[in-house]
Design a protein around this ligand. Structure first.
Ligand code: ADP
Ligand code: MG
Ligand code: MG
Length: 658
């Protein structure tokens, strides 16, 4: 969701004179925050998911499905309820926030989950509950679906129906994406899209390779006159690609994110690094986005589309013109994979040259931030602030972190290192895992979230290291998005098991840093199946490591059963026995009588696809190909007997440990 400050937003032109000022103060705010909270210790594991939902509307008579632009109206009701509960001291089952699209809504659990293993048994029930809460606000023929809508930007894709107007500056002059599809209840989203366009100097250009089916035109060149395009509007459209021109094509897709709290800042930095090489694996394993603007693409995931949809780099920064006014040539968009590890002992694997402003870096060093964290922050600060409010330029750097957050929260990377907020004493250092594609059902979303959190527990418990040169993570992110990456791609991954010699517990002083002694021969190309389920004697596989961790922990029977269902499901997705949603959607389209094998997924096919997917997500139909067979034992709350038993066991094992 990002930072939602209130005030009068500045245009890009109005922001320019303040850019250096905001960066300098953003850095000062980070330094103050860091020193205030760096010694914070002993925070427990807490964690929570964020699911983004799409509101859709079915027109059964005309076999047409659109996105329903009613998020603001629904959020007003949901947030009013939240406030009443806060006053009454009643806990909220879930919390609701706006997202980029006026047809999107983001839901999180009402309070984060705790460290008890029994919490894994209440995640899915909470997600189900969340869906029920929204469903109560739906009108006839509307539905809420945790998907990225495959027909964004087609003619008449929103309801109420309105056509995009390339002359509309507020809609960043898109041919396809009207302002009505952008959430305007807060200026953030409209403003970001306008400012991205202004800073870049042109509309964003998203070109996704088209899937070449047997009847697809070759070269595939589209006629955009039906969208009212003048030739100058489509100069960026590439042949053999699906062309899109607005931030909404990316940020209007839905994601699944997990945030977890670490014991202290060191553990947060270490986990950030250890999870970074896992991000492409989860991206491939969760692939759910094969159709863009009603056309089959040659990729299965939204990642590069969001990346291009937020690419505010100037032509000089993109290397199209020699550097004159811009400071650097920048390889990636501000939405992309991270360029550096941040825990001191991991930094030998940082093999991507980092650009940063020497002055800001010096400011961090003089502010007693260590070299590695300073480089991470300074590198994020090569991006300019895109969201500045006139009333909030002057700030107290001891108290506020808004200037820091405005840049941090618009560096959309696969991982995010989140410092504690200045005004919430209960929240510690956290890390966010961001690549996963949202899944159709609550069962799947719960399975992916629990899998990621269990990975963190397993990695911490066994002190395992998954580090590899960070450029290889960038490479793996590319492979992860390819069509059927789970079945066809290999990923650079560490074979064998390496224990991290320098995990936070063992780190006595920052000088006491051991590299884990890896050489490049320890990296092998492995399939997702090998990474998840193991490769002979060489690598046991992530699932069997998680199972070993669970064997050493005391888990109640129902939770263990639910987790077993999640792990079986993930394991089968990795073998290909169960389809990814992307694969399943391609099969559905391929077998539809209306499909002409020309890559075009017309309104009727989209309608039938959405009807089917809605029935599956509501549990009205079961789809074994997509979900396998499962019976999770998820519960709405942890019974007091289980809670007491688990707390007692934790207490006993802590006593034994001393
Ligand atoms: P973002 O900035 O990514 O939108 P938020 O901070 O709003 O994220 O919340 C993301 C998730 O973090 C939510 O699921 C929420 O439940 C969870 N969360 C809230 N407090 C904590 C905490 N102390 N530790 C870990 N997760 C938390
Ligand atoms: Mg979000
Ligand atoms: Mg988030």
């Amino acid at each position: 969701m990002g930072l939602l400050t209130k005030g009068s937003p500045l245009t890009w032109k109005e922001t320019v004179p303040y850019v250096d000022y905001i960066k300098k103060h953003g850095i000062a705010q980070f330094i103050n925050l860091y020193h205030r909270l760096r010694n914070r210790q002993g925070d427990q594991l807490r964690w929570g998911d964020e699911i983004e939902y799409t509101l859709v509307k079915f027109d059964h008579e005309n076999k047409k499905v659109t996105v329903a632009c009613r998020a603001e109206e629904m959020l007003n009701k949901l947030q009013a309820e939240e406030q009443v509960n806060a006053i009454l001291g009643t806990t909220n089952c879930c919390l609701w926030r706006p997202e980029f699209g006026s047809y999107m809504i983001e839901g999180t659990p009402g309070t984060p989950y705790g460290g008890l293993l029994a919490c894994f048994n209440i995640v899915e029930a909470n997600m189900k509950n969340r869906r029920q809460v929204i469903k109560k606000l739906l009108k006839r023929n509307e539905a809420v679906m945790s998907i990225s809508f495959p027909a964004l930007g087609t003619l008449g894709f929103i309801s109420p129906s309105i056509k995009a107007d390339p002359n509309d500056e507020d809609a960043a002059n898109s041919l396809f994406f009207p302002l009505d599809a952008v959430f305007t209840g807060h200026p953030r989203f409209k403003n970001l899209s306008k400012n991205i366009k202004s800073r870049r100097g042109s509309k964003v250009a998203i070109n996704v390779p088209i899937y070449k089916d047997k009847n697809t035109k070759s070269p595939y060149v589209e006629d955009f006159s039906g969208y009212g395009a003048r030739p100058e509007d489509v100069v960026d459209a590439k042949p053999d690609h699906i062309y899109m021109d607005h931030m909404g094509f990316g940020m209007g897709c839905c994601c699944l994110q997990v945030t977890f709290q670490a014991v202290n800042v060191d553990e947060a930095r270490w986990l950030y690094d250890q999870l970074t090489p896992i991000t492409p694996i989860l991206l491939a394993l969760s692939a759910a986005t094969p159709i863009f603007r009603g056309k089959l693409s040659n990729v299965d995931s939204r990642w590069d589309i969001i990346s291009a949809s937020t690419d505010d780099r100037t032509p000089e920064e993109r290397g199209l013109e020699p550097l004159k006014d811009s400071k650097w040539l920048i390889d990636k968009s501000r939405y992309d994979s991270t360029d550096c590890y941040i825990y001191p002992c991991s930094t030998t694997y940082n093999d991507i040259p980092l650009q940063y402003d020497e002055q800001l870096y010096q400011q961090l060093i003089e502010g007693q931030i260590d070299e590695h964290l300073a480089k991470h922050i300074a590198h994020m600060f090569i991006r300019d602030p895109l969201q500045v409010f006139r009333e909030r330029i002057e700030q107290d750097d001891e108290k506020s972190t808004e200037h820091f957050e405005t840049i941090q929260s618009s560096n959309w990377m696969n991982m995010r290192f989140k410092p504690p907020p200045p005004d919430a004493p209960e929240i510690g250092w956290r890390v966010e895992f961001r690549p996963t594609e949202v899944q159709l059902t609550d069962f799947e979303n719960a399975a992916y979230c629990c899998f990621v959190v269990l990975l963190t527990r397993m990695i911490i418990s066994f002190r395992l290291s998954y580090l590899m040169p960070i450029s290889m993570v960038t490479e793996n992110m590319k492979r992860a998005q390819q069509k059927d990456a789970v079945l066809n791609q290999k990923f650079l991954f560490r074979k064998g098991l390496a224990a991290c010699q320098s995990a936070p517990e063992n780190l006595k002083a920052s000088g006491d840093c051991h590299s884990d002694g890896m050489s490049t021969s320890d990296i092998e190309e492995m399939t997702i199946n090998e990474i998840i389920n193991g490769k002979g004697d060489e690598f046991p596989g992530l699932i069997s490591l998680i199972r070993q961790f669970l064997d050493s922990a005391d888990v109640d029977v129902d939770t263990r059963c639910t987790i077993a269902q999640y792990l079986n499901f993930i394991s089968k997705r990795a073998t290909g026995e169960i389809n990814t949603l992307a694969h399943w959607m391609r099969d559905f389209v391929g077998n539809h009588p209306d499909y002409k094998h020309d890559s075009e997924v017309n309104d009727t096919i989209i309608y039938d696809l959405m009807v089917k997917m809605n029935a599956i997500s509501n549990g009205e139909e079961h789809c074994t190909k997509l979900l396998g067979c499962y019976r999770s034992k998820t519960e709405h709350s942890i019974s007091s007997a289980v809670r007491k038993a688990e707390e007692h066991m934790i207490f006993q094992s802590q006593k034994r440990g001393h």
